[in-house]
Design a protein around this ligand. Structure first.
Ligand code: FE2
Ligand code: FE2
Ligand code: FE2
Length: 164
């Protein structure tokens, strides 16, 4: 079972990454005018999601929503408190401006995600309906109305899309 679990974890990570990679490759193929290659990348991207979700389920990782919210809080908190600060330091030391910017945007957004998850968990038995706006530049999530300027990446209001 231990080796199987290790395999499931590795396969989940690999399939999840393949999904995002093929989605990016599909957009690139569209940009280059290769319609069929784009379609194939989109089909395979969706197939990898099916594989990823099967592995996640077989790992027993999909629990109750309360447990899933607690897991999400732990993950986001680790990212903004430990993972990204370390990566930011490395990118600064190596003068990697684009990576640094990406790490900073993500770190800022993950902190907001963690707080939104905390709030959702606290209110789970009395859910409140609010609008959620996603910044398509940095991944910041804004509750209520779209801000004039993104507090994390400074994008204008039109960069936000409402999530249903
Ligand atoms: Fe796959
Ligand atoms: Fe996040
Ligand atoms: Fe943003």
């Amino acid at each position: 079972m231990e080796k199987t679990l290790q395999g499931l974890a590795e396969a989940f990570a690999g399939e999840s990454q393949a999904n995002r990679k093929y989605t990016a490759y599909a957009a690139q193929a569209e940009k280059e005018g290769y319609k069929q290659a784009a379609k194939l990348f989109r089909a395979a991207a969706e197939a990898e999601t099916i594989h990823a979700l099967t592995h996640l389920k077989n790992m027993g990782k999909i629990k109750s929503t309360k447990e899933n919210l607690a897991d999400a809080i732990a993950g986001e908190t680790h990212e903004y408190q430990i993972m990204y600060p370390e990566f930011i330091e490395h990118a600064q030391a190596e003068n990697q401006a684009a990576a640094l910017r990406g790490f900073k945007f993500a770190a800022g957004a993950e902190e907001v995600h963690a707080n939104l998850y905390k709030k959702a968990l606290a209110n789970i038995d009395n859910e409140v309906t609010t609008d959620l706006y996603l910044c398509t530049i940095c991944g910041h999530i804004h509750e209520g109305t779209a801000p004039d300027v993104c507090p994390i990446c400074m994008a204008k209001a039109q960069a936000f899309k409402i999530v249903d």
